[in-house]
Design a protein around this ligand. Structure first.
Ligand SMILES: NC(=O)c1ccc[n+]([C@@H]2O[C@H](COP(=O)([O-])OP(=O)(O)OC[C@H]3O[C@@H](n4cnc5c(N)ncnc54)[C@H](O)[C@@H]3O)[C@@H](O)[C@H]2O)c1
Length: 365
């Protein structure tokens, strides 16, 4: 799904306000102007990535953090301390996002909960009049994503999905290179995440959730299962009740690059196989506890009108022979282009005499 779900007047005004302010200051720095507006901002899901996004919002100096929400007190109170230290503000803390939205009426809401908890806060935030930045993947199921799209179109607010690889400097220049025709006719694209140690997965026992964590609310609209420390923080990615494994977590970034390059919206057919040949069968019982249950191996083939794409992930057999561990290979009649992450992008021309072209990534932090 495209990272910007809709286009309308309010949305454009919201996004362009910042741009106009910077252009204005650029041409006439000597004119005194009112400081740019700071948006009443709330974060729902104060874990690792939610705080990364909030740091950026605070650094841009366009956010006034009015509310924080998490079903676990510990990360929420740590976030509150951090916001106070950085900005002097004292955001109020909430365990239920509905209370936050009703009481604080934020203008911008960042949703960085686990995937099964993206849709409902996003839709509710739109209903209360907020613009929404919701983390990728859009949601846990196609039905939830459709409901979000519907709510987004019915509102006059902006919704952006956290597919930041659309704005990373090496992604922009790499995409320009790809679209310039220098790779020739591209007939196949391979998207992949590979590597890791491997071996059978050991289950971890079910226990009481940590003090201060509302486990029932954490499970929320998804199936309720006993707490196990494999699940959180972050481990839910590999439990299919709450997320979609490596394809849902990493795949969306690379599939988005494919849609960006091809300007396609969907393939004609999709075929997928996979399993857990190395991690072993999923375990879930009171005696042993839980293992994860997402596949350690998955391949998908996507047939588009003019090219074929394949996804491949493997959580084992990391090795030094395969040069790139992650990313997208675009196979063209003039060579192979690799769009990567920490390894930037590289073009390997077909002709031996031509030089390899490479650009490093640039990260702000
Ligand atoms: N764009 C990217 O590159 C990128 C990178 C990492 C993570 N993410 C996305 O960010 C999201 C969060 O990932 P994470 O690694 O920070 O997970 P995490 O498990 O570390 O944090 C999630 C937080 O949400 C809280 N939470 C759960 N249910 C909640 C609810 N109903 N209301 C409020 N809080 C609730 C949890 O207690 C936890 O503190 C995921 O959707 C993930 O896919 C995106």
């Amino acid at each position: 799904m495209h990272s910007k779900l809709k286009t309308n007047r309010n949305r454009r005004a919201f996004i362009q306000q910042g741009l106009q302010a910077s252009l204005f200051f650029g041409v006439a720095p000597y004119i005194k102007a009112a400081p740019p507006a700071r948006y009443r901002t709330a974060l729902i899901g104060c874990g690792w990535w939610g705080m990364n996004v909030l740091h950026e919002a605070m650094a841009a100096k366009r956010a006034k953090v009015v509310g924080l929400c998490d079903v676990y007190e510990r990360p929420m109170l740590a976030s509150k301390d951090e916001v106070s230290q950085r900005t002097g503000e004292q955001p109020r803390c909430y365990k239920d996002y509905r209370d936050l939205l009703q009481r604080e009426r934020p203008e911008v809401v960042i949703v960085a909960t686990p995937d099964h908890w993206h849709a409902l806060p996003c839709i509710e935030a739109l209903k209360t009049g907020a613009h929404v930045y919701v983390e990728k993947p859009t949601s846990h199921t196609i039905g939830e994503s459709r409901a979000m799209l519907h709510a987004s179109r019915a509102s006059d607010r902006a919704v952006q999905v956290g597919l930041h690889r659309r704005i990373g400097p090496h992604h922009l220049s790499g995409m320009q290179f790809l679209k310039s025709g220098k790779v020739g006719t591209i007939g196949m694209v391979k998207l992949f995440v590979t590597g890791g140690g491997g071996g059978p997965e050991t289950p971890v026992g079910h226990t009481k959730p940590p003090t201060g964590m509302d486990w029932d609310m954490w499970c929320g609209p998804a199936p309720s299962r006993p707490y196990c420390r494999k699940l959180t923080p972050g481990g839910w990615r590999n439990f299919l009740d709450y997320a979609n494994g490596t394809l849902g977590d990493w795949g969306v970034h690379w599939l988005d690059q494919l849609l960006w390059w091809s300007e396609e919206t969907s393939p004609k057919t999709v075929y997928s196989t996979g399993g857990r040949p190395v991690l072993g069968p999923a375990i879930f019982n009171d005696k042993e506890g839980s293992t994860s249950d997402a596949p350690d191996t998955q391949t998908v083939s996507y047939a588009f009108e003019n090219f074929t794409a394949v996804w491949e992930h493997r959580k084992y057999a990391g090795n030094a022979q395969e040069h790139h561990r992650i990313g997208a290979y675009f196979y063209g009649s003039k060579g192979v282009f690799h769009m990567g992450w920490r390894d930037g992008w590289t073009f390997y021309p077909k002709s031996k005499g031509e030089p390899v072209v490479h650009e490093d990534p640039s990260f702000d932090n």
